[in-house]
Ligand binder design. Structure first.
Ligand SMILES: [Zn+2]
Length: 366
């Protein structure tokens, strides 16, 4: 009798654990994005001096508009040099000649902001690690350390920057390079863990000579090709404030998208500067809309807002893109605004959580 009873008990336990497993695997680790207008693949909670809205206030700005947001700070801190700027405390990298420096505490700041939220609120964020120097062979170790210090938090790395107009020259020490083995080490590690990689690299120098070969395009493509197992988002399609698309940008992007060697590469169309190019004329919008329609799974919307003060500022880039949204068919538009984000970041979340479980530091190693 006793053994029958205990067998029955085991059976119940078994059924219960199966139910729990089913619940875990079917209940979305993500929030429902059905009624939101967009997911944001590129958002800075803080600015160049590590200030920004409280995450709860930002949630209110997302409101019913933004479903999920890839969340990060800005790793490059603008120094306030009293010798250079006196009492005029600079808040933006262009507002001072004083240098920028890597501020790794940004990752802890973002992790703690995320951890202050309820589970439901957390499901709307994909925090990203940014506080590393991409020319440092130890950068990958920083990323590993952040994952192990804050398990269950991060989904990707970035936005980190290789070449960017005035920023590159403002960082003391070794200039970042697309051919640096340190960068390969970062991407190898991201691929091993399953982290989404969001990288900013202008495809050309500012004020390039007309007709000249884009300065960085071949190197960027070579880098992407060397890392077929990393999921890479190329921020802003390689464009910048003073790095305009010129006449051939859509063709260049298409060359990448149609090449199976780059099937792991996606482009983010974030930033008001990029939106400005794309909605500059009906022709420019149409060129872009046609390109997106041919590769609807490869484009992601992002705002690139940094420390927005209120909802209207946060939504500005999304609204700026109105002509583009109108030029896409409903299904393509949904993919760019919502679904590509969900697919890519959901997969990354699963992989990173698995890696974290397998690499949990043992209690004694601390
Ligand atoms: Zn950005």
């Amino acid at each position: 009798m006793k053994s029958l009873h205990s067998q029955y008990g085991h059976w119940l336990l078994f059924v219960r654990s199966i139910c729990v497993l089913l619940l875990i695997s079917t209940s979305p680790a993500r929030s429902e994005t059905g009624n939101y207008e967009f997911n944001d693949a590129h958002f800075h909670l803080t600015n160049n001096i590590q200030e920004g809205p409280r995450i709860r206030d930002f949630l209110n700005m997302m409101g019913s508009k933004a479903g999920r947001v890839a969340l990060f700070g800005i790793p490059l801190q603008q120094q306030w040099s009293y010798r250079v700027d006196g009492n005029r405390a600079p808040t933006y990298y262009l507002h001072s000649d004083a240098p920028l420096y890597y501020y790794s505490f940004t990752d802890a700041w973002i992790a703690m902001a995320y951890k202050s939220l309820t589970k439901e609120q957390q499901a709307r964020f994909d925090p990203m690690i940014t506080g590393f120097h991409p020319a440092d062979m130890y950068a990958a170790d920083h990323i590993r350390r952040v994952l192990q210090t804050f398990p269950g938090v991060f989904t990707g790395i970035g936005e980190f920057t290789i070449h960017k107009e005035f920023v590159s020259a403002k960082i003391p020490g070794e200039v970042r390079s697309l051919e640096d083995p340190a960068l390969d080490r970062i991407l190898d590690f991201a691929a091993e863990v399953g982290l989404v990689v969001l990288v900013h690299c202008d495809f050309d120098v500012p004020f390039a000579n007309e007709g000249a070969e884009p300065a960085y395009l071949q190197q960027i493509k070579a880098l992407f090709k060397r890392h077929p197992n990393a999921t890479i988002l190329w921020a802003h399609m390689g464009l910048g404030r003073v790095v305009p698309p010129g006449d051939h940008h859509a063709e260049r992007i298409e060359e990448i998208l149609r090449d199976p060697d780059f099937r792991h590469v996606y482009v983010d169309i974030s930033w008001d500067e990029v939106a400005r190019y794309i909605v500059a004329s009906p022709e420019a919008t149409k060129t872009m809309a046609d390109l997106i329609a041919r590769y609807p799974d490869r484009f992601l919307f992002g705002t690139d807002a940094a420390a927005p003060a209120d909802q209207s500022k946060y939504l500005r880039v999304f609204q700026q893109y109105e002509p583009l949204w109108k030029s896409l068919d409903a299904e393509t538009s949904r993919k760019v605004r919502l679904e590509n984000y969900e697919r890519i970041f959901d997969e990354a979340r699963r992989k990173v959580r698995r890696w974290e479980t397998a690499h949990a530091p043992s209690a004694s190693s601390n």
